[in-house]
Design a binder for this molecule. Structure first.
Ligand SMILES: [Zn+2]
Length: 249
């Protein structure tokens, strides 16, 4: 047996020094000796307490995250091509260990839903969307639409004082505008497709009225750009006119 004194000495000598990683052989030995060992409840409790204490420090959490990042960068799961199971005969790429069977959105394509179940889904979505956290979560995941990407391009080309916030960054009341003025003026830009809004609001004019009213409550002025302006041949000119015309730049 080693005496306490020697133990302490050994500990101090090793403390703080970086050791090289074990060889594969040693790793295998450690693994084998640990294999099938059962810890008593006391030991488990001790371990859990130690771990809890260790991860109560923020820096340790950061360390763990960095380690995981390094680890997951190393393993790259290879990709493969699969045929979509809905019968559309299209190929898609995915990781070989994934359980995906369809192209996004194809899994219910050939299923005919009854009117009742459609209504049920609609209602449950409506209830979900009343929850603010859920709405924000969904919007953050949303991809930038073609219309929006055009306006982003316009803003960077002409150095307009606007910023894209349509991914749920800024909320005015319970609405998330697409672009917001960053020059101190209380102005927002809404980009929309006329067809979609006509379906939901009856007509695009109704939609604009609704939004103008909403933003007015909070002292904001709304500028609208629809697909009519964005898909125009001289879309840059028309959109610029719309943005600047209202803001008197
Ligand atoms: Zn398909």
């Amino acid at each position: 047996m080693i005496s306490e004194k020697t133990r302490l000495k050994m500990r101090l000598a090793k403390l703080g020094k970086k050791r090289l990683p074990c060889s594969l052989e040693t790793k295998e030995k450690i693994r084998n000796s640990n294999l099938g060992k059962k810890r008593s409840i006391e030991t488990k409790l001790k371990q859990s307490l130690k771990k809890k204490e260790y991860y109560s420090h923020k820096e340790n959490i950061e360390k763990f995250k960095a380690r995981m990042k390094k680890y997951y960068c190393k393993i790259r799961i290879p990709l493969e091509y699969r045929i979509c199971k809905c019968g559309c005969l299209r190929l898609y790429k995915c990781k070989i260990n994934s359980k995906r069977e369809f192209i996004n959105g194809h899994n219910r394509r050939n299923q005919k839903m009854s009117k009742i179940s459609k209504l049920k889904i609609k209602n449950s979505m409506r209830i979900l969307f009343k929850n603010e956290d859920y709405r924000k979560k969904i919007l953050r995941k949303r991809k930038i639409s073609f219309y929006e990407s055009r306006i982003i391009q316009l803003i960077s080309d002409f150095k307009l004082p606007y910023k894209f916030v349509g991914n749920g960054k800024i909320w005015i009341g319970n609405r998330n505008p697409d672009f917001i003025n960053i020059n101190g003026e209380k102005k927002v830009i809404e980009v929309y497709g006329r067809f979609q809004k006509a379906r939901n609001y009856g007509s695009s004019k109704n939609y604009e009225k609704n939004r103008v009213k909403h933003y007015k409550k909070y002292g904001f002025e709304a500028i609208f750009l629809s697909d009519k302006e964005i898909l125009n041949k001289n879309w840059k000119k028309v959109c610029l006119y719309n943005i600047r015309g209202l803001s008197n730049v």
